[in-house]
Design a protein around this ligand. Structure first.
Ligand SMILES: NC(=O)C1=CN([C@@H]2O[C@H](COP(=O)(O)OP(=O)(O)OC[C@H]3O[C@@H](n4cnc5c(N)ncnc54)[C@H](O)[C@@H]3O)[C@@H](O)[C@H]2O)[C@@H](O)CC1
Ligand SMILES: [K+]
Length: 515
């Protein structure tokens, strides 16, 4: 069993791939072996995280996820723990594996069966959520047979989510789609506001494989600390037979700078953005300066800033290392250009030249919005790949939706798919921002970033990411690697930041540590 922390790369498998692996393993093993291993692993983790739990309430659903819970109940009861099971299944519809575990639990004298879950649980107890696993239905189609069952399920789920006791979720938090990190319709937590985080699992034990939905969209909030037990898959079938659906990214390789290096060794970044106050009465130069600061702290040799401002300041007092340049004075062919941060409408005039001539390019914010409305710019963007000019797009879900001519809800519903589609459409690397940023490249398996938290949801943090990425490209990194590294480092700062201190984008840029 492994505790998942952002210190190494892990393969992630969607439901389809997990089912294939399960079948391949089941074919080699005695019947019921996988569920026995799963239940034992759940019981072991329960004992480890709540060694003194007075009562362990196990909510078991009608399928094999419930079977894992029943199997765990048997082990916990045998270990002398007080176990209360609430079971939602019927003997007529029980899958064969779950039936065996049900029989076992039934024969345990010291297990209490309760149709009404205990309501007096406290922080001294433990809940095990074995209601739904990867078999959750994501369609809103009602099941003709089960209106009552669905109501009870919703009630138990609400009880788990509001319990004062810690929750250990089996395989996935019930109701969460293991592929997308979205809740199945009708099974969302009642409260969905960022300010009042809904009650969710403190621990999730992912079985056989790690699933992408645990790490993106609502997955991070829903799952808490993720653990993984491969049920013997690595040793017995070799997980290598099945290509991963995605990777959970790990830290970039560390590498110090050569002593005999100079500023030219790390390349030049040019930040083009920051519409001035004069054009429309909306000054956004700060965004470009933040990107410039991040590029500097990200290790760029030199950072040039070209503000899209008629009244360019002659000096930037806050960051004297940044060098101001008029756009016409930039030698785009030899620069890693970060374009769009605070670009407003002014960025429209420079985009054709930037797309045509920039050696390497990061496109963010307003640059993306303008490109999404302009077919010629889209063609120019796609054409860069044939000229071997690396390009990285850093959209948030709404910007991605505009580029894909869809809605941000659709993008969020399938973040991995949306990022891949964008990468293919424009033949470039994409970092789709949001919880569990997805980094995609046309020919590669996508990566999900494991670092970062809600403190990054503040103005300017996207500009910092774009600048940091520009530094990676300027140093000659491949765009996918540069994106993985930048997103990881960006999130790492937020993870190390004190919880009670607001994180400003300026501080974020200054704290970046690379390599
Ligand atoms: N796939 C694997 O590799 C393994 C699976 N195991 C367990 O088995 C689970 C998968 O089992 P199943 O395929 O039986 O699926 P689940 O047990 O996750 O769910 C299926 C049951 O839930 C009901 N259900 C689904 N969506 C619902 C909804 N929206 N509202 C109300 N009821 C709903 C279905 O009618 C069905 O009865 C895994 O998550 C894991 O916990 C482990 O035992 C061992 C290995
Ligand atoms: K579950």
């Amino acid at each position: 069993m492994q505790r998942i922390t952002p210190d190494q790369t892990y393969p992630l498998f969607n439901t389809e791939a997990t089912r294939r692996l399960e079948q391949a393993m089941a074919a080699q093993l005695a019947p019921h072996t996988l569920m026995q291993r799963a239940g034992l692993a759940v019981a072991q983790l329960a004992q480890a995280i709540a060694p003194h739990a007075r009562t362990i309430w196990i909510a078991c659903g009608p399928g094999n996820n419930g079977g894992d819970g029943l199997e765990a109940a048997h082990h916990l009861a045998r270990a002398g723990r007080k176990v209360v099971i609430s079971w939602l299944g019927t003997t007529e519809t029980l899958p064969p594996d779950a039936r065996q575990s049900w029989e076992k639990a039934r024969h345990c004298a010291n297990i209490e069966w309760a149709d009404t879950p205990p309501t007096d649980l406290t922080g001294q107890d433990l809940c095990i959520d074995a209601l739904l696993g990867i078999g959750v239905r994501s369609s809103t189609r009602p099941t003709p047979s089960a209106p009552t069952h669905d109501t009870v399920l919703a009630q138990w789920l609400a009880q788990l989510r509001s319990s004062a006791a810690p929750v250990l979720a089996v395989d996935v938090p019930s109701g969460l789609d293991a592929d997308t990190g979205q809740y199945a319709p009708g099974l969302e937590p009642a409260t969905h506001s960022a300010a009042a985080k809904p009650g969710t699992a403190q621990h999730t034990l992912s079985l056989l494989t790690l699933k992408p939905g645990l790490f993106t969209a609502h997955g991070r909030d829903a799952a808490g600390q993720v653990w993984w037990h491969d049920l013997g898959a690595t040793a017995e079938t070799g997980l290598n037979h099945e290509p991963p659906t995605a990777w959970l990214a790990g830290p970039p390789p560390r590498g110090g700078r050569l002593h005999a290096s100079h500023k030219g060794s790390y390349g030049d970044v040019a930040v083009v953005g920051g519409e001035g106050l004069a054009l429309r009465g909306m000054g956004m130069t700060g965004a470009a300066l933040l990107a410039g600061s991040a590029a500097l702290h990200g290790g760029a040799g030199r950072v040039l800033v070209s503000l899209l401002d008629q009244d360019q300041a002659t000096e930037i007092h806050t960051q004297p290392e940044l060098m101001l340049r008029r756009f016409e004075a930039l030698e785009l062919e030899s620069l890693s250009v970060v374009c769009g941060c605070g670009g407003g409408q002014a960025v429209r005039t420079v985009l054709p030249a930037v797309l045509q001539r920039a050696q390497a390019l990061v496109l963010d914010a307003d640059a993306l919005n303008i490109i999404s409305t302009d077919g010629a710019l889209q063609q120019a963007l796609t054409a860069r790949s044939a000229r071997q000019h690396p390009t990285v797009l850093t959209p948030h879900p709404l910007e991605a939706a505009r580029l894909l001519h869809t809605t941000s809800a659709q993008v969020q519903a399938h973040r991995l798919m949306a990022a891949r589609e964008l990468a293919k459409k424009f033949q470039c690397t994409v970092a789709l921002k949001g919880s569990g940023t997805v980094i995609a490249h046309p020919d590669d398996i996508p990566h999900i970033n494991p670092t970062g938290n809600g403190s990054l949801a503040t103005a300017g943090t996207g500009d910092v990411l774009a600048g940091l990425l520009g530094a990676g490209l300027a140093a000659g990194m491949m765009p996918l690697q540069a994106a993985i590294r930048a997103v990881f480092a960006h999130g790492q700062v937020a993870d190390a930041w004190p919880l009670d201190e607001p994180l400003t984008a300026g501080a974020l840029a200054r704290r970046i540590k690379i390599g």
